[in-house]
Write a protein that binds this ligand. Structure first.
Ligand SMILES: *[C@@H]1O[C@H](CO)[C@@H](O)[C@H](O)[C@H]1NC(C)=O
Length: 518
């Protein structure tokens, strides 16, 4: 699976499939909006942006991040506002107090909505938004830029995979009896308790976000600046298509609308050769193998509390494996079997045969890479969808997860030893990895096709479900149920009357029946 011949084969296959799309009718102008995003959100956008740019389209990206793409057809426009910058957030601190992260949204997002359109580059972009053929928007936390969507076809890119709240907007209301929420994943079939809790999150979170707290505050700021505009949530309903960063083989198979397209793991690619030093460090580990440890870009190792860091150092000292640790600072007292580096070619490391376990924060992109390159996982979730991904890892037998507060040296050593010594974990990862790669076209190409499709068909109204236009009363058929009850009531009333008239005719008045019964 991981051998170079396999890689060559995959490259050939990908190469021969790529380019099957017919050439675009013209160069489109595409606006990508991710003014509230993390680096990993952007990493979901980049493969699509680059593939579209390669086809000659012009991409403009409004982001909260520094310029990154060197592609001549991609123009980055950073808004440079200081609200919601991941480098300012300590996610370890926030995970102790889960409401902390929501408080952050409640203050940062309305402030951003107030300030954003005062930024000259944003104002200019807003004024010329009609130049664009389509908008692709990051579906999470970006209500502040919904004014851009007015009268322009738009697509949401769901970076965290399926999100039931977003699915409902398209008219596909997912059933909490089997569709997990975006924070947690449960053993199957779900127990009564899990279904109860899941139902609560399915209903409670959208109510909190859209009706009670965040969106109403953003709406107030936006209405003050754009009094003519329809309500933000009405603009959102006009969505043409949703691209989901998920795939049924690595999440839950769910009923999807034609307007919901799974394009998960777009950023995964066959391995490239490793730098010489890394390659020899990994092969030099011999048959014991190598553990790769990275907490991704948002939860940097440097924000990791010192006591946890020391536990890992002690645990690694006790292991015969070599460890590659992505850590952003110098570390003292590191045992000889540990290599520290600020930046590492993660996919190429995971693809290496001798890399046996990936210790991860359970970020979706990291999990997709590990599955794609068939490496078992030990997850240490911190916040957001990481608990969900970690529960999926355990449920599917791809590895295990640990709770930060319960860490000891023994816990870490035991968990790693278990995964390293039991071949079932690698077998399970391979069993999921193969169907993830077994697709008729690569996910990036699928995303390109559907993006161009929405442009070609002027917003593709044929994709829209009539369910999206219904109110809750209509959708749940409460009016029909009410009418049905009313009809039953009237029918019973009439029947009773008829029976009464007939019995009166036969037996005479009440008194006489009584007499008869006596
Ligand atoms: C809704 O979408 C269609 C096609 O995508 C677009 O032409 C129309 O202007 C949109 N309506 C609003 C109110 O944005």
């Amino acid at each position: 699976m991981k051998s170079t011949t396999m890689c060559v084969l995959v490259v050939m296959l990908v190469g021969s499939i790529m380019g099957k799309l017919s050439p675009p009718e013209r160069s489109y102008k595409i606006l990508m909006l991710l003014p509230v995003s993390t680096r990993s959100h952007r990493n979901v956008f980049m493969p699509l942006a680059e593939a579209l740019a390669d086809r000659g389209h012009k991409i403009v990206m409004l982001t909260n991040q520094p310029k990154s793409s060197k592609h001549p057809n991609i123009e980055d426009i950073p808004h440079d506002l200081p609200y919601f910058r991941e480098e300012d957030i300590n996610f370890f601190e926030n995970s102790k107090n889960p409401s902390g992260i929501f408080q952050l949204f409640e203050t940062a997002l309305p402030t951003l909505a107030r300030e954003l359109y005062k930024v000259p580059v944003v104002k200019d972009l807003y004024e010329r938004r009609k130049e664009f053929d389509v908008i692709v928007i990051d579906h999470l936390f970006n209500e502040a830029v919904y004014p851009f969507l007015h009268e322009i076809p738009f697509i949401t890119l769901s970076t965290s995979g399926m999100e039931p709240r977003q699915s409902s907007v398209l008219g596909n209301v997912l059933n909490p009896a089997f569709a997990p929420n975006f924070l947690e994943d449960y053993p199957r079939p779900m127990s009564l308790w899990h279904r109860l809790y899941n139902t609560f999150v399915h209903i409670g979170f959208p109510l909190y976000w859209r009706k009670w707290s965040v969106v109403p505050q953003i709406q107030k700021e936006i209405s003050a600046q754009f009094p003519e505009l329809p309500l933000l949530l009405d603009l959102e309903r006009n969505v043409s298509l949703s691209l989901l960063n998920s795939h049924f083989s690595i999440s839950t198979p769910l009923p999807l609308m034609p307007s919901q397209v799974e394009v998960g793991a777009m950023h995964c690619r066959p391995a490239k050769p490793l730098p010489h030093e890394l390659e020899s460090w990994i092969t030099g580990a011999g048959s014991s193998g190598v553990i790769y440890f990275s907490l991704g870009s948002v939860a940097r190792s440097t924000t990791m509390p010192v006591q946890y860091r020391d536990l890992f150092i002690q645990a690694f000292r006790r292991l015969p494996q070599r460890v590659i640790w992505k850590y952003e600072e110098e570390l003292e007292d590191v045992p000889d079997n540990v290599m520290i580096s600020k930046w590492l070619p993660q996919q190429d490391i995971l693809a290496h045969n001798n890399v046996k376990v990936f210790i991860t924060h359970g970020g979706l992109l990291s999990m997709q890479e590990a599955i794609y390159h068939a490496t078992p996982l030990l997850a240490l979730p911190i916040y957001g969808d990481q608990p969900r991904n970690s529960m999926f890892i355990k449920r599917s037998g791809l590895g295990d997860f640990l709770i930060w507060e319960e860490l000891t040296v023994d816990v870490i050593v035991d968990a790693l030893t278990k995964i390293l010594n039991d071949p079932k974990y690698e077998e399970n990862v391979l069993r999921i990895s193969e169907p993830l790669r077994d697709q008729p076209v690569p996910p990036t190409e699928l995303a390109v096709f559907w993006t161009e499709y929405v442009i070609r068909h002027k917003g593709a109204p044929q994709l829209r479900s009539p369910a999206a236009q219904l109110s809750w009363v209509e959708f749940l058929m409460l009016d029909i149920i009410f009418l049905f009850h009313l009809a039953m009531f009237v029918l019973l009333f009439i029947l009773r009357r008829i029976v009464r008239i007939i019995t009166d005719k036969i037996f005479g008045r009440d008194g006489k029946i009584k007499k008869k019964n006596d």
